[in-house]
Write a protein of this length. Structure first.
Lengths: 99, 219
């Protein structure tokens, strides 16, 4: 097996890391791995080696359904001019974090 | 340069453990940009840096105990090759990726049992280094475990090369558990009796038991 074909055989995984308790997992990047177990290990080495996380999720990239760039206008532009949808008219107490 | 065999027993003990970690750290570093995948480059660099961190603590301590003013750098860079006390296993050429994974599996299995016990050493510095390192080497063993299983159970080619890797390193495994290696008797029996050092022979069964049960695991 040549290195090129080996590379093609390894699927791509999307990596999500939870930076600390109380926060959600956030997407941090992607990597190649032969299976889910190795993907978690690779993610640990690539994305959490400076103490970035307490939990890792990996998802096969092929399992993600994405919105299409062609639909961008219909999807997102209508939200741009509806300022009343933004809850910016309230005072947020100092104690509330990560909002 | 003072020959290692005239060093105080405690310094010689720490130096030998540090030399093992130092040499394997360099071998891991050699994989960077050559591993089968970019992700594996990073993993082996991490493992190498863990080992380098252990080596720094142990060489620094060896220099302090020796009392001749030698620093970690003096010990790492300014010794003749014959003064190094590492086992031959860590020194072997990286070879095929499967050879490196076989070596990492056996050495990390040994190191995990070593550091677990050394965490209870009556020497506070050695106990401290071991308590931190045991978590690192548990991950090294896990990494090697996952690779050995995948190569063993992958294709006929990967299986053949994994077996060849184990065959290559196997003759060097015995030295890990032998007291009469490392340029003379090591560790000093008095250090073992005092609860400072770990008797390498006591690590043989738990370390090799892990490897044997892993290799016996059905595909």
């Amino acid at each position: 097996m040549t290195p090129e074909s080996a590379r093609r055989d390894w699927p791509l995984w999307e990596v999500f890391v939870r930076p600390r308790r109380g926060l959600s997992h956030g997407h941090v990047g992607s990597l190649h791995a032969p299976d889910a177990t190795m993907a978690v290990r690779n993610a640990r080495d690539v994305y959490t080696r400076r103490g970035e996380g307490v939990s890792i999720w990996v998802v096969p990239s092929a399992a993600i359904t994405a919105s299409s760039p062609d639909e961008k206008d219909a999807f997102f532009d209508p939200a741009a001019d509806k300022v009343y949808r933004h809850p910016t008219f309230y005072e947020i107490p100092d104690e509330v974090q990560h909002l | 340069m003072t020959a290692a065999r005239t060093m105080p027993a405690l310094a010689r003990y720490a130096l030998a453990l540090g030399d093992d970690a130092l040499v394997l750290a360099q071998r891991c570093g050699e994989w960077v940009t050559h591993a089968p995948q970019l992700e594996e480059d990073v993993a082996l660099a991490n493992i190498g840096l863990d080992l380098l961190g252990q080596a720094r603590s142990l060489l620094t301590y060896a220099g302090q105990v020796e009392g001749l003013g030698r620093s970690e750098d003096d010990l790492a860079y300014l010794r003749q090759e014959r003064d190094f006390l590492n086992v031959q296993l860590v020194e072997l050429e990286n070879g095929d990726f499967a050879v490196s994974m076989a070596r990492l599996l056996l050495f990390s299995s040994y190191q995990r049992e070593l550091y677990r016990r050394l965490g209870n050493s009556r020497d506070a510095t050695l106990a401290g280094v071991a308590a931190k390192a045991v978590k690192e080497v548990a991950y090294h063993r896990d990494h090697a475990t996952e690779w050995v299983l995948r190569l063993r159970d992958g294709t006929p080619e990967s299986s053949r090369r994994m077996q060849a890797g184990l065959d290559t390193v196997w003759p060097y495994v015995d030295e890990l558990f032998t007291s009469a290696s490392r340029h003379g008797v090591w560790p000093d029996p008095a250090l073992v009796a005092d609860g400072v050092a770990v008797d390498p022979a006591s690590l043989r069964e738990p370390a090799l038991g892990y490897v044997r049960s892993l290799l016996a695991r059905p595909a």
